[in-house]
Design a binder for this molecule. Structure first.
Ligand SMILES: *Cc1c(COP(=O)(O)O)cnc(C)c1O
Length: 439
């Protein structure tokens, strides 16, 4: 019966329409390329929104996952499993500071762990413990606030939309979870004021904003955030869901901007397991002082029974993630991300297209901003944003990319992308831009 309906028709009938989907039905992928059901080939510069970091069906990941599939898939977190323990160790090494890992299933869920960590910290601690010790203060005021950045994106849970600094994700879902406030990204003065708000417990930011249009934090902004957190005993929380684990050309997005700054906790998801759903959080072992006076590592605040998830960190997905991280290391893909990112930026700038206003990004997290008068040109139907319009023209020409806001398109190719593939994508974009009617 359903064979009579196309995939799009079947999907539109039975899948809740939270996404406005492109009219492309994808059937298979290999490396940087995907094919639709009619066999049309596309160069995939979206990578499932920065997720398939080794491209599609990387042979080493396929082999490792197949092997683990026949050994042990899921146990729950009531038991130890080797792949989870080893992945935790690897992620702590990647941050490069003592701490521990919590595993979950997505970016929004990883951020929820950061919000819950902040509540525990604010409700049960006086603040960071200093080398000199300090006195217990059971009457210290409770602090629960998290200040995040305007233009940020932190996920679609109720906590996530409260943290997100964009009104469009909140509409219709009021009332907002309390405790979140927002300040201007990269505005050091405003951050100083925000950090003095009574009841504040944490600063949350994406070192490189992804959904907000590819905007990197200025190094001084990150340094000031760290200094303010130390001065006021606030947690510095980095959402590395999109920019982390190689996308920026370094293991950590902040390492591409200000490697001297270390956060107190980090969230990851997207590219961590090359396409399998996994989220994770690193929490620092930095000592904090409980209201009782007891000193504990911050990473032990979320103790037994305080937080959890049935699926997070299964042996199957952790084995896949370990292989993804090993391939990034052994095939020098951080360097490749930097080299190919620079190549893309240089080639896009050399196009000198009147339709392109700005090319920006770090590593393979690239934003191409269209000129303000793009909307005025001939072929743009009313109500369609320039970014959406261009993304659809690029699909027709065989290139998958992702809109980011009304005027920016994102290039997030797999970290394995080659120079030839970058040149091919630039060629497609160049031809599409050249074919647009000029009014
Ligand atoms: C995508 C994204 C999220 C949400 O991740 P999900 O896996 O979709 O829940 C959170 N933060 C950032 C920076 C993201 O890019």
């Amino acid at each position: 019966m359903s064979a009579e309906l196309s995939t799009a028709e079947l999907s539109d009938r039975y899948v809740i329409p939270t996404y406005g989907r492109f009219k492309v039905s994808l059937a298979r992928g290999a490396g940087c390329r995907v094919w639709d059901e009619e066999g049309r080939e596309y160069l995939d510069f979206g990578a499932g929104i920065a997720v398939t970091s080794l491209g599609h069906c990387h042979p080493r990941v396929v082999a490792r996952m197949r092997e683990q599939l026949g050994v042990l898939v899921h146990t729950s977190n009531l038991y130890y499993t080797r792949p989870q323990a080893e992945l935790a160790k690897r992620l702590v090494e990647i941050v490069g500071a003592p701490g521990k890992i919590f595993f979950c299933n997505s970016g929004a869920e990883a951020n929820e762990a950061l919000y819950k960590l902040t509540r525990k910290f604010g409700n049960e601690c006086n603040g960071f413990a200093h080398a000199s010790g300090g006195t217990s203060n059971p009457d210290a005021p409770v602090r629960r606030g998290i200040v995040s950045m305007l233009g940020s994106f932190h996920g679609r849970t109720l906590g996530g939309i409260a943290a997100t600094g964009q009104d469009k994700v909140k509409k219709g879902f009021e009332p907002a979870v309390e405790g979140f406030s927002h300040t201007a990204f990269n505005d050091t003065e405003a951050l100083r004021d925000a950090a003095e708000a009574p009841g504040l417990a944490a600063i949350l930011l994406e070192p490189i904003q992804g959904e907000g249009g590819i905007h990197a934090a200025r190094p001084e902004f990150l340094r000031e955030a760290r200094a303010l957190c130390d001065r006021h005993s606030l947690l510095l929380l980095f959402d590395e869901v999109q920019c982390g684990l190689g996308r920026s050309g370094d293991w950590n997005g902040w390492d591409s901007l200000a490697p001297d700054v270390k956060p107190d906790a980090v969230s990851w998801a997207k590219g961590i397991a090359g396409g399998f759903p996994l989220g994770a959080v690193w929490v620092s072992a930095r000592p904090v002082q409980m209201r009782s006076g007891e000193i504990k590592p911050l990473c032990d605040l979320l103790g037994p029974g305080s937080h959890g998830t049935t699926f997070g960190g299964t042996p199957l997905i952790c084995a896949g993630a370990l292989e993804v991280l090993a391939v990034i290391e052994e095939e020098h893909l951080l360097e490749n991300a930097r080299v190919q990112g620079r190549r893309a930026v240089a080639s896009l700038e050399a196009l000198a297209s009147p339709w392109i206003r700005d090319v920006r990004g770090v590593g393979l997290l690239l934003g191409i901003e269209l000129s303000a008068d793009f909307a005025a040109q001939g072929g743009l139907p009313p109500g369609k944003t320039p970014s959406l319009f261009l993304v659809e023209r690029l699909h027709e020409a065989g290139l998958l990319t992702i809109p980011s806001g009304t005027h920016t398109i994102r290039w997030l190719p797999p970290l394995t992308v080659t120079a030839a593939e970058v040149d091919e994508a630039v060629g497609i974009l160049s031809r599409v831009l050249a074919s647009l009617p000029r009014s």
